[in-house]
Design a protein. Structure first.
Length: 433
C-alpha cells in the first residue's frame, strides 16, 4: 500500500515511511491510495473470528509487505492486550468501553500500535535518532508516553497546555522520565499543535534529527482505531437493528477510522459526531461551511479542538461530497451544563458512571435515536475512564470512586516538566539536545 499527501505536492510513500514521517513534506496528511475491501466471510461470520484475527484482517492491507505477517500479528497481540466491554445502558443504548488500557484512555491502542511499528522500523534500518513530537489536549500524551516508554532509539517530546489538563492526566505526562520529556506550554492546545506543525517544516531541526508525530494524524495511530468499530459491530447487543455509533470527537481521528472501516465494508449504518461547544464539524454538517475556530476550554477537555486535523481525511473519504457526508454522519454538540445533566441521567438509568466525554457520546446518540425511527439501536464510545475526570464526576454524582491501582502509584511521583513560552524556545530545546 502506498500513501499520498492530501496536499498533493509530495511523493507517495510506503506504510513505514508514512509512519516515520508523520506529515508529508508538503505538510499534507497521508491517505492510502486505495481503501481495501473486507472479505464477505469476515463480516458474515465475524463472531467466529478472534479479536486479534479481526484486527489483523483489517490492518494487514494497509501495512502490506512493510512488516512481515508474523511480526504484525505479534504487534497486534501486544497492542490489544486488554478488554473492550460493551455495557447496556437502556434497551437501545450501550457504551463500548475503550478505556481499559494502561493509561485508561482509548488512545492507548493507537499509541501502542504506532510505537511497535516504529520500533520495528528502527530495528530493520539504522535511522538518525528518532524524536516523536506530540501535542496533547489531555489523553494523547499519557498514552503516547506509556506506549513509547523505554523503546530503544526513540525520544518522545510532549507539548501540553499549561493548566488545561486534569491533575491525573498531568501526572501521566510528566512522571515517566527516561526517554519521555514533557513541555508545559503557556497557551491552548491549538497553540501546542501549531508549534508541532512548525517544527515539522523547520529545516534546521530536520537536519539534526528525524521528527515524527504521534498525534492522530499519524496513520499508525489513526488506522489502528478502526478496530473499535469492528468490536462494536461484532458485539452489538441488537444485531437485528440498524447500528448507529456515536463518537465523542475532538481531532476526529477516531470517527475517521470508523468511516474507513465502513468504507471497507463493515456494516455500520450511521455515525454521530458528538462534540462539546468546540463544534466546528457539527456546524459544518448544519451549514456546509467549515469555519475553524479558536478552541474553548470545557469539561471534556480532550475534545477542545477548534480546527480538527482529521476532518480533511473525512472529506477525502467522501470525495468532498457534502450530501454523502451527511448521509453517513450527523452532528450534535453540548455545553458543559448539558454534559453534567448527561452524566446524571446515565447514572440514574442504571448506575452507570460515565466521564464527560462519554456523556457527550451518550447525549449525541440519544438525540439521534429520538429523531429517527425505532429501527436503530446504538453504541456510544466510552473514551476515558471516569476516574480521570474524578472532580467533575464525583461532584456531579455525589459519589466517591476508587482509584485503580495502576493510577495510585503514578499519583505519588513528582511532576517533571519544562516551561515553554513560544516556538523559538521549543526550537532551541529540540536543537540543543
Ligand atoms: C482524544 C480523545 C477524544 C477525541 O478523539 P479524536 O480522535 O481526537 O476525535 C475523545 N475523548 C477522549 C477521552 C480523548 O482522549
Amino acid at each position: 500500500m502506498k500513501y499520498y499527501s492530501l496536499n498533493n505536492n509530495s511523493k507517495d510513500v510506503s506504510f513505514l515511511n508514512a509512519v516515520k514521517n508523520g506529515l508529508a513534506s508538503d505538510r499534507g496528511l497521508y491517505f492510502p491510495k486505495k481503501i481495501p475491501l473486507l472479505s464477505k466471510d469476515l463480516i458474515k461470520n465475524i463472531k467466529s473470528f478472534s479479536n486479534h484475527e479481526i484486527a489483523f484482517n483489517a490492518i494487514e492491507p494497509y501495512v502490506g509487505k512493510d512488516i512481515p505477517n508474523e511480526r504484525l500479528k505479534r504487534i497486534i497481540e501486544e497492542t490489544l492486550s486488554f478488554d473492550f466491554p460493551i455495557i447496556p445502558i437502556t434497551n437501545s443504548i450501550s457504551s463500548l468501553e475503550l478505556f481499559h488500557g494502561p493509561t485508561l484512555a482509548f488512545k492507548d491502542v493507537g499509541a501502542r500500535f504506532m510505537a511497535r511499528c516504529l520500533a520495528y522500523a528502527n530495528e530493520i534500518k539504522e535511522t538518525k535518532e528518532l524524536t516523536v513530537l506530540v501535542a496533547t489536549s489531555g489523553d494523547t500524551g499519557g498514552a503516547v508516553a506509556d506506549g513509547f516508554y523505554d523503546v530503544e532509539g526513540i525520544k518522545v517530546v510532549i507539548l501540553y497546555p499549561k493548566g488545561k489538563v486534569s491533575p491525573i492526566q498531568e501526572k501521566q505526562l510528566t512522571t515517566f522520565g527516561k526517554n519521555i520529556t514533557a513541555l508545559e506550554i503557556n497557551g491552548t492546545f491549538d497553540d501546542c499543535q501549531d508549534m508541532v506543525k512548525s517544527a515539522f517544516i523547520d529545516s534546521e531541526i530536520k537536519e539534526k534529527s528525524t521528527l515524527t508525530s504521534a498525534n492522530s494524524i499519524n496513520i499508525a495511530r489513526w488506522l489502528a482505531q478502526m478496530f473499535y468499530f469492528f468490536i462494536a459491530f461484532k458485539e452489538r447487543p441488537n444485531p437485528d437493528k440498524k447500528l448507529a455509533i456515536s463518537v465523542p470527537s475532538g481531532n476526529f481521528g477516531n470517527l475517521c477510522a470508523g468511516l474507513m472501516a465502513k468504507q471497507m465494508g463493515l456494516p455500520i449504518d450511521h455515525f454521530i459526531a458528538s462534540t462539546n461547544i468546540n463544534n466546528t464539524v457539527p456546524k459544518f454538517l448544519e451549514t456546509g461551511i467549515y469555519s475553524a475556530k479558536k478552541s474553548q476550554t470545557t469539561l471534556s477537555n480532550a475534545m477542545d479542538v477548534g480546527d480538527p486535523s482529521n476532518f480533511i481525511r473525512i472529506q477525502e473519504i467522501f470525495n468532498n461530497d457534502l450530501f454523502k457526508i451527511k448521509k453517513s454522519i450527523s452532528g450534535s454538540y453540548f455545553n458543559d451544563s448539558e454534559t453534567i445533566k448527561g452524566i446524571k441521567e446515565v447514572f440514574k438509568k442504571n448506575k452507570y458512571i460515565t466521564d464527560p466525554h462519554g456523556a457527550i457520546g451518550y447525549l449525541g446518540l440519544k438525540s439521534f435515536l429520538n429523531l429517527t425511527r425505532e429501527d436503530f439501536s446504538g453504541i456510544f464510545l466510552g473514551t476515558a475512564h471516569p476516574i480521570k475526570f474524578a472532580e467533575t464526576v464525583e461532584s456531579t454524582l455525589k459519589i466517591k470512586m476508587d482509584i485503580p491501582e495502576r493510577l495510585k502509584s503514578i499519583l505519588e511521583l513528582n511532576k517533571k516538566s519544562i516551561q515553554i513560552e513560544n516556538y523559538n524556545q521549543l526550537k532551541s530545546f529540540l536543537l540543543d539536545r
